[in-house]
Design a protein around this ligand. Structure first.
Ligand SMILES: [Zn+2]
Length: 80
């Protein structure tokens, strides 16, 4: 018998990622992308077409993660 039915304490985030929003050049849909550090192709989930996207600076994402303690700052009221 596992204890999978026991109510468990809500889980806190372990880390965070930053999502960037790219507008689809064909239909204007806002397409979310997990911080792309390399030039890549994004695929629009509305019209299905692919388009090249400009990568983001890895250092700016790293800075945000450090500033927010990799997500802990958002759930820990004593953090700041
Ligand atoms: Zn589209």
């Amino acid at each position: 018998m596992s204890d999978s039915r026991k109510p468990i304490t809500p889980v806190k985030p372990k880390s965070m990622e930053i999502i960037y929003i790219y507008p689809c050049p064909y239909c204007d849909r806002e397409v979310p992308q997990l911080a792309p550090f390399q030039p890549a192709m994004a695929q629009c989930d509305a019209c299905g077409r692919a388009f090249p996207i400009v990568p983001v600076e890895e250092s700016s994402v790293r800075f945000m993660k450090i500033m927010l303690a990799n997500g802990r700052a958002a759930v820990d009221p004593d953090f700041l």
